[in-house]
Design a protein. Structure first.
Lengths: 361, 361
DNA sequence: TAGACTAAGATGTACGTACAAGTATAAGAG
DNA sequence: CTCTTATACTTGTACGTACATCTTAGTCTA
């Protein structure tokens, strides 16, 4: 096989490209004029022009009529689509709009756009989306993991992201074995602890817990719930815990609570720690259907402090979700990763806060 | 100003590009040889080569050594990023999440992604965003106009979209002079009429109307409100109408209603038609602050049938907003425009529906 | 000192030639 | 009939010339 050195214009392209990539020619710097290059390499000006045109198409240089040819500012590596993918599980009208709003505010300011995708909480879908995103040239990725507690077979896709130097930030959760990756999450265990502890401080001892089984948040809030019970010396009773999956979020907790409430004569709970505000509202509805009232008969707590919590029938005592702040923090972290700054803290945990309203007594 | 026709290679580029775009040269078809083109246009072969190289860079043609130059399979137009921009006014957690969800469902199925942007209801921002989107190569655009009742100076940007053959669909509103463009909207006048007519049928005659001043929906709902009053022979009283701007949506309606409610001895209204559910809730809060109750003292109606309407303190009688359906219809319409199908109906108006709950009597 | 002019030097357009190298086809040899 | 070969035609590389157009900087003039 012969070397490529036989093509003069190709030679020049490689030489100049190397000089740019190695830093010998810096962004904005003027290249030698076409005639100078021609003379220096003992080739014709037309051949030099051909080489420069190739470099221009590749984005390494740009020419200005009458002034000269210059090295591009952005070292031509990738064109920078200025798109950043935001992958969430659901596009529900629950808390995500605000998270995305927070992300958007930060990104728009810096000239980036959001490419929105959602996985419907399916890992297969998530893998498909990341593959797709690797094709489009995105500058970064903010992702909420799907069904995060289950072991994830598609970790190699994240290795691909690393390889292509596409920075990513996890929000709301993170796969095991990736705990050191940049991420912003809430201390869900502490949140579960705080809200349970609050109920205990009001005198409740028979506290039902409702948790989502298919993500890390559910697991963590459950742990916090147990921790608070233990601290108060209350025995943990598995029969008082209801687990549900995302698909059944509208029916399962409702039916379970109704079933439990039916045994009124031996009502064995006086408080409910719900996984989130949506579930809390459905719990209250279930109680009312059995002629029980909240907070008079049963105290109920939510989680996330969504707009539902403030405006629903019984304003909910809940745990504050930072929403916009979570989004803007994630966007800022991603931007600093993209600029390859030395980022000190890449794992940020937001402390939960108790918001007291009317649903407990 | 001189025409572009002076540059020979540029001429040839345009001629060939037009032939390809118009279908005179079909994908895979062989173009005339460089010498033939040179002879036919009485220009040199080198000039022909320059033109062909530009077309090759743009993806319209490809050359095969020794065989010829051929028209690209993918008609070269744009590389098809498979991104579709969705531009809304706000990313509120109000009704947009569901609209976007509807769009996303349809687009994901066809392998497209959403590029999300929001204008904060500013026309300047909208112009900036469209300019930016013209740079990125999007395949289509779904847009909710900003401050749509005000005359829009940036219509030329839509002409640019036409020129680049990027199809777009308006949702929720449309600029004047663009009534014939593809759009999906709600019959807001009829909605305003229906809800006002309903209040009249309950016996109300002193009905306050609250409308947003800075978009078409507000204007239309206001017209429907007047229409219903006229039909019932009730005189229109401008003092009973409150106009507000988006920026003041949280304070202005609330304060106005409180002010009106303060004159209790001569309470001159017994019903309120609110612009949307959010405002309706704030109206109810204002009434309660003055010790008036809804629906006992004053009937209040919402609009949009958001999740707020069902779960708030006093479940709202409101007008159904199709949400997901609006989104999916817009996405489907856009897709059919993109495939250049002959689309029969490009202006779709969705009929409003009354949803009766507890906030009126 | 401010402004106009000029010249030098940069890229851009256009044409020309010559030869290299790949492809398809038709003619000819076995 | 099959394989080889010659040939004509294609695109690719390389060089050369000439002039147009734009920028910059220096010079001259009012």
């Amino acid at each position: 096989m012969q070397t490529d050195k036989r093509l003069k214009y190709h030679d020049l392209v490689e030489e100049l490209r190397d000089k740019i990539l190695s830093g010998h020619i810096r962004p904005g710097e003027k290249l030698p004029s076409e005639n100078e290059l021609a003379a220096a390499h003992a080739i014709s000006r037309q051949t030099v022009r051909k080489a420069l045109q190739i470099l221009e198409n590749e984005g390494f240089v740009y020419a200005e009529h009458g002034r000269g040819t210059f090295c591009s500012d952005r070292t031509g590596v990738h064109k920078s689509s200025h798109n950043i993918a935001v992958v969430t599980t659901y596009l529900s009208d629950y808390i995500f709009p605000r998270v995305i709003q927070g992300i958007d505010q930060v990104l728009t300011e810096k000239g980036y756009s959001i490419l929105l995708k959602n996985t419907r909480n399916s890992r297969a879908m998530e893998a498909k989306i990341i593959e797709e995103l690797l094709q489009k040239d995105i500058d970064g990725l903010i992702i909420e993991p799907s069904k995060s507690q289950i072991y994830c077979k598609h970790l190699n896709l994240y290795a691909m992201l690393d390889k292509y130097q596409i920075p990513y930030v996890f929000i709301q959760g993170c796969y095991s074995h990736m705990e050191k990756k940049p991420q912003i999450l809430l201390d869900d265990r502490k949140g579960g602890f705080l809200i349970t502890e609050y109920l205990i401080s009001l005198g409740h001892r028979d506290i039902v817990g409702i948790f989502k089984a298919d993500d890390m948040q559910g697991q963590e809030r459950h742990k916090g719930y147990i921790q608070a019970l233990q601290q108060a010396g209350i025995a943990y009773d598995p029969d008082k815990v209801i687990w549900y999956h995302t698909e059944d979020r509208k029916s399962h907790p409702y039916e379970q609570i109704r079933r439990m409430a039916k045994k009124r004569e031996k009502l064995f709970f006086d408080a409910v720690v719900a996984y989130n505000d949506e579930v809390a509202i459905s719990v209250i509805q279930a109680l009312e259907a059995e002629n029980l009232s909240c907070p008079k008969d049963v105290s109920v707590t939510g989680y996330d402090n969504s707009y539902l919590a403030a405006s629903c029938k019984v304003p909910l005592t809940t745990i504050a979700h930072p929403q916009e702040k979570l989004g803007s923090m994630a966007a800022k972290l991603l931007l600093s990763l993209m600029e390859k700054e030395e980022v000190g803290q890449t794992k940020i945990i937001i402390e939960p806060e108790l918001v007291i309203r009317d649903s407990c007594q």
